[in-house]
Design a protein around this ligand. Sequence first.
Ligand SMILES: *Cc1c(COP(=O)(O)O)cnc(C)c1O
Length: 354
Amino acid sequence: MQEIRFIEAKQLKEKPDFKNLGFGNYYTDYMFVMDYSEEKGWYDPRIEPYGPIMMEPASMVLHYGQTTFEGLKAYYGVDGDIRLFRPEKNMARLNESNKRVCIPEFDGDLVIEGIKKLVNIEKEWIPREEGTSLYIRPFVIATDVHVGVHPSKTYKFMVILSPVGAYYKEGINPVKIYVEDDYVRAVKGGLGYAKTAANYAASLKSQIVAEEKGYTQVLWLDGVERKYIEEVGTMNVMFVIDGEVVTPELNGSILAGITRMSTIELLRDAGYKVTERKVSIQEVFDAYENGKLDEAFGTGTAAVISPIGVLEWNGKKITINDGKIGPVSQKVYDTITGIQSGKLEDKFGWITKA
Ligand SMILES: *Cc1c(COP(=O)(O)O)cnc(C)c1O
């Protein structure tokens, strides 16, 4: 494996108030960086001071969006150890996203080494209070200085860190979700399964409309018929219908969440029936009418589990499980956060210690 250089900062920043972090507001002193060229492949992995990067205005990423990203977290355990949750899955997914937008493959083990090293250097930046963590954002950008639509020949890989507050400060709050049946986020054959900027640019407009109507996020339907459920903004979605957990199958336009995968694995292990298949929005509303919609929840790294309290579609508004978190959602939340904090045994082998 390549040697990871360390370039020391002349001065360290003052730390923010760890009681008021929010999400994505502060960045640490260092970042991981490596570069790519056709001759050298991925080269010069290093940890250097976090700061502005010099780019020419004609840099390709700025024009055609050839870029990908990931999101994971480092947690301070109750035992003082630093834990990463399934980072090898993030690396595999980033390589899948890269493949889709013609970014060359990288060595996931090398980047995990870089992340471990970076996180250890930045130990003091990891908040320790329950529910808090250090958010890790790996991303890749196309850096050729050229205006013209084709894949870049040079890239930059970076990993930046941001201390983040607890998602739920006063207990788990169910969210209100608006079902979008006009705009679409992705279609089969498109970019939906890749964590790439275009998908998020496509989502902004309807996110604003949903917020104006008093909703937290949008639930996307399929891009062809606007009939089948895809996912929420940055979360996959699951429903408990008549005791069975159902979730949209991965169809090429849905992001394959690692929290989704973990939820399915742990629920099956706990004896629940979990089915991945097409789920129409009509089916969910029918289940509600028949008194069979027990729970609905989103899964994602940021909140782990977001129970859905209210769902609006086509002028109809339903309140699920009295707007409270249900037993399945609670179980998944407690199990995953328990493993992440070291309170529960890592029986599935999901933890990498930093
Ligand atoms: C990142 C993301 C998710 C959740 O993935 P996790 O690996 O569970 O964090 C779901 N949907 C979209 C669109 C995403 O970008």
